[in-house]
Design a binder for this molecule. Structure first.
Ligand SMILES: NC(=O)c1ccc[n+]([C@@H]2O[C@H](COP(=O)([O-])OP(=O)(O)OC[C@H]3O[C@@H](n4cnc5c(N)ncnc54)[C@H](OP(=O)(O)O)[C@@H]3O)[C@@H](O)[C@H]2O)c1
Length: 259
């Protein structure tokens, strides 16, 4: 069995997932990086950065929405490392085209909810089963699962209903996983980012710049992938021993409802 703890990060090839991978490597985790292709520029450039931090790097190319590929991916991780200590369900997509709710199609809805909700729920379920088994074999094993949701889990955006619904569903998934898995000694956390500067938000940059300047975000700035990664590193370090099922907003106060 690998002597170092092993973290799986989905959506690791860029943005928030990349920053999470680097911060977990700095925390002493070996890194399993998942994205749709293992051969992207993002994955290639991530590898030496992870290795520079003294961690092993294992890229896996799967579409997280394709549940028929989950078993093989998990088996390949276990064959290589013999353990999985942490799963960060971070991969997610935005709509290809922002449409008014009244123009939403079933294809739009399925595409987003399959990646953002259905895929991560079934992937996490499979990893959880392995963690339960490993917990019985290994000593000093502190397994955890984290779900990266969104401020849109609790805010309406009429041009992104499929994102709102998928993230609200994932938020509830996090709570139910925490409930069921507490008796198995597996901690589960939800990390809820606000407006973070990545490729995902690049398209709406001008609009977000304006909203931030107008004070929508109380801390009046964009979030960075590193803001999210630092929160996850603190959870992964074990600083939150007496917590599970908790929600961590990383949004500069976007979560505050004020009158
Ligand atoms: N940016 C924000 O403001 C913001 C706010 C709230 C929540 N979030 C959430 O944070 C997470 C990361 O967002 P981000 O801004 O870093 O997005 P991003 O820059 O678009 O990165 C998304 C990552 O997910 C991977 N990915 C996409 N579809 C996938 C699939 N079907 N299977 C496996 N991997 C897939 C992408 O890699 P490939 O394309 O190579 O597959 C990429 O590594 C998402 O869940 C997002 O909803 C972001």
């Amino acid at each position: 069995m690998n002597t170092k703890p092993v973290a799986i990060i989905t959506g690791a090839s860029r943005g928030i997932g990349r920053a999470i991978s680097l911060s977990l490597a700095s925390e002493g985790y070996d890194i399993v990086a998942i994205a749709r292709t293992p051969d992207s520029e993002g994955m290639h450039s991530l590898q030496p950065e992870v290795e520079k931090r003294g961690s092993a790097f294992f890229p896996i190319g799967i579409d997280i929405a394709n549940t028929s590929l989950h078993d093989e991916a998990i088996s390949s991780i276990l064959e290589r490392y013999g353990r999985i200590d942490l799963l960060v369900n971070n991969a997610g997509v935005a709509p290809i085209e922002r449409k008014d709710l009244l123009d939403l199609t079933e294809e739009d809805f399925d595409r987003v909810t399959d990646v953002n909700l259905r895929g991560p729920v079934f992937f996490a379920k499979k990893v959880a089963r392995e963690m339960i088994w490993m917990r019985e074999q290994a000593k000093n094993y502190r397994p955890a699962i984290m779900f990266v949701t969104s401020f849109l889990a609790h805010a309406s955006f009429a041009h992104m209903i499929e994102v709102c619904i998928s993230k609200a569903g994932l938020s509830m998934a996090s709570l139910v996983f925490a409930d069921r898995l507490s008796e198995e000694g597996i901690k589960v956390f939800e990390i809820r980012p606000g407006i973070i500067e990545t490729e995902m938000t690049h398209r709406g940059k001008d609009k977000f710049d304006k909203l931030i300047a107008e004070g929508v975000v109380p801390q009046k700035r964009w979030g960075t992938p590193e803001d999210v990664a630092r929160a996850i590193a603190s959870l992964a370090r074990g600083d939150w021993e007496f917590s599970t099922g908790s929600v961590f907003d990383v949004s500069g106060g976007l979560n505050i409802r004020s009158f």
